[in-house]
Design a protein around this ligand. Structure first.
Ligand code: NAP
Length: 246
């Protein structure tokens, strides 16, 4: 059997980087998308190649339709037909109450987390339907059901939308042999918390998590890898919560 070819958006850091490394070990060839940190992207790409997988790193803003098309075009040209997609790229904007949020931050979070996910899903749906097979995993968040009051209700809303589109698209694409699932991580130890202005957040919130610690990116990557694998061949339309019980 030929090796799966999987596009991972936001593969340069955090959960996306751990997912790339895990998928390489599982036998995937990878197109790694990132938006700005080319040094981090190349470092992950090197780790993927060291694991014996082929990898192309592509700077592509998922909120930009032309970038998304170029990401998939490059993946297909360099690696072959795309059989997998991990919609992982995501942003929160600064922490705070909705009353204090700036319109440009709200718009960017919607554009990256929701429009970006839809643009990638749409291209994957087109390519995978022609192929007659494929699997998509959307990276949602436990915030989708917690609502994240005081932190980022707009972000939580985009993740609830991610869950809804996962369920709908799974039904739409099931007859074509394409599975669509989501992973909803809880607080995970990545740069995302520093980026939103609170680097100490994962450690501080640990007492609120039943397992009493934040998740590690590799623990989220394991769930993504399972949903992409043939072990999950009858699993579609599900949101797998990986949140330490929260
Ligand atoms: P992270 O450490 O901040 O990394 C974000 C990644 O996304 C980077 O690779 C970044 O690329 C990329 N990215 C950001 N905006 C992009 C865009 N417009 N187009 C393409 N790539 C973009 O984040 P993370 O914590 O790993 O989060 C990954 C996913 O998990 C997100 O969807 C997030 O919502 C979700 N999640 C995270 C947590 C958590 O606690 N960390 C919890 C639940 C859900 P550059 O390196 O080029 O900047």
């Amino acid at each position: 059997m030929s090796r799966p070819v999987t596009v991972v958006t936001g593969g340069s850091r955090g959960i996306g980087a751990a997912t790339c490394v895990r998928l390489a070990a599982d036998g995937h060839d990878l197109a790694l998308g990132y938006v700005s940190d080319s040094a981090a992207a190349e470092q992950v790409a090197d780790a993927v190649r060291a694991a014996g997988a082929r990898c192309v790193a592509v700077r592509a803003d998922t909120a930009d339709e032309a970038d998304v098309e170029r990401l998939f075009d490059t993946a297909a040209a360099e690696l072959g037909p795309v059989t997998g997609l991990v919609n992982n790229a995501g942003v929160t904007g600064p922490l705070g109450r909705l009353a204090d949020a700036r319109t440009e931050d709200l718009r960017r979070v919607l554009d990256v987390n929701l429009l970006g996910c839809l643009l990638c899903c749409r291209r994957a749906a087109r390519d995978m339907t022609a192929l007659g097979t494929g699997a998509i995993v959307n990276v949602s968040s436990a915030a989708a059901t917690l609502g994240s009051p005081g932190d980022y209700v707009h972000y939580a809303a985009t993740k609830a939308a991610t869950d809804a589109l996962t369920v709908g698209l799974a039904k739409e694409l099931g007859p074509a042999g394409i599975r669509v699932n989501a992973v909803a991580p809880g607080i995970t130890d990545t740069d995302m918390h520093a980026t939103m202005g609170d680097p100490g957040r994962p450690a501080r919130l640990a007492p609120e998590i039943p397992l009493r610690r934040p998740g590690q990116p590799s623990e989220i990557a394991a769930a993504v890898a399972w949903l992409l694998s043939t072990d999950a061949s009858y699993t579609t339309g599900t949101v797998l919560r990986v949140a330490g019980g929260r």
